[in-house]
Design a protein around this ligand. Structure first.
Ligand code: VAH
Length: 314
């Protein structure tokens, strides 16, 4: 296995690169990002390349020079930044993906591309959102995610590119800070709880969203990419989730560990609108049936592990 990870210094990449280097060997995982001022552990624990994913030539050169057989394409502008900079989001998320798929087509690489619950919109059934259902997202990020899903399936059907994807919920992790998403509150709240015993939340207390702890997310990526292709009825992209909670519930879980913790609310209308357009809970039965998806962390165990790791960091 020679795997290239784009966006390797981002929230998923920072955890996934270390996880994959542990499984496949450090020199088999080539980390890449736009610049090298991110997670230094990722940069120094194996090969690192500076790649701007809008530069298809650089992607092709890197794939050839490292004899890459799989591209994990994580470089992306997330939902909140995407609403402030929709043109940039389209350019990075769509032209970057197109470049990766073209390189994969000519170099016979498999490709993983994360989609998101953001690929659904306000008319999608909100509870136990089906694997196959209406997708009319109302954010630029969501438009690029559903377009990306369809483009990946096209490359599979037309060119037999082994493209696979996951519709991730909000991801919670301690390896690196999230970069401009709507679910970022579920990470910031831990740092604020430990530093200031308080958190000012930008979403209403009853805003339900699907969430997942990063160890389950990186396991899901490896499990999907190693799955027997004959079992895959779906490819881009599988619903996966581990829990569904609102700010009030995660605050109450943190209070079990930090009794004096208090949450306040100062709603950011842009991010509230985005969150309100997304599902409350996903049906992930297709992933369970087709490649044995089964998450390990729930709200209680994730909270305990996050507080333990962040206490060590700060
Ligand atoms: C975001 N963390 O908030 C990402 C994710 C489901 C949310 O796609 O934009």
């Amino acid at each position: 296995m020679n795997i290239l990870v784009t966006g390797a210094l981002g929230q998923i990449g920072s955890a996934l690169v270390q996880h994959m280097r542990g499984i496949y060997g450090s020199n088999n995982i080539i980390a890449s990002d736009l610049n090298s001022d991110g997670n230094q552990e990722v940069i120094h624990s194996g090969p690192f390349e500076k790649i701007d994913v809008t530069d298809g030539k650089k992607i092709a050169e890197t794939v050839k020079s490292y004899n890459i057989d799989t591209v994990i394409h994580l470089a992306s502008i997330l939902s909140a930044v995407g609403e402030h900079k929709p043109n940039l989001a389209w350019d990075i998320n769509m032209n970057g993906l197109f470049n990766v798929l073209e390189v994969a087509r000519y170099n016979r690489c498999a490709v993983f591309v994360p989609s998101s619950i953001a690929a659904f919109g306000p008319q999608t059934p909100k509870d136990h959102t089906p694997q196959d259902t209406l997708q009319r997202p109302t954010t630029m990020y969501g438009v690029t995610k559903v377009s990306g899903e369809i483009l990946c399936d096209y490359y599979y059907k037309k060119y037999k590119v082994d493209a696979r994807g996951l519709r991730f919920p909000g991801l919670i992790s301690h390896e690196s800070q999230p970069g401009g998403g709507t679910t970022d509150y579920a990470v910031h709240i831990f740092y604020e709880a430990l530093k200031n015993k308080g958190y000012n939340c930008y979403l209403r207390e009853d805003t339900y969203m699907d969430m997942m702890y990063m160890p389950d997310a990186v396991d899901a990526i490896v499990k999907l990419m190693e799955a027997n292709p004959e079992r895959l009825i779906h490819r881009n992209a599988f619903n996966v989730t581990a829990m569904s909670f609102n700010p009030k519930q995660i605050a109450n879980e943190i209070k079990k560990h930090i009794p004096e913790f208090e949450i306040q609310y100062e709603v950011d209308l842009i991010r509230q609108d985005i969150a309100d357009s997304w599902p409350n809970s996903l049906d992930d039965s297709a992933a369970r049936e087709q490649w044995d998806w089964s998450p390990k962390y729930d709200l209680a165990s994730m909270t305990e592990d996050m507080l333990k790791h962040i206490r060590q960091k700060i």
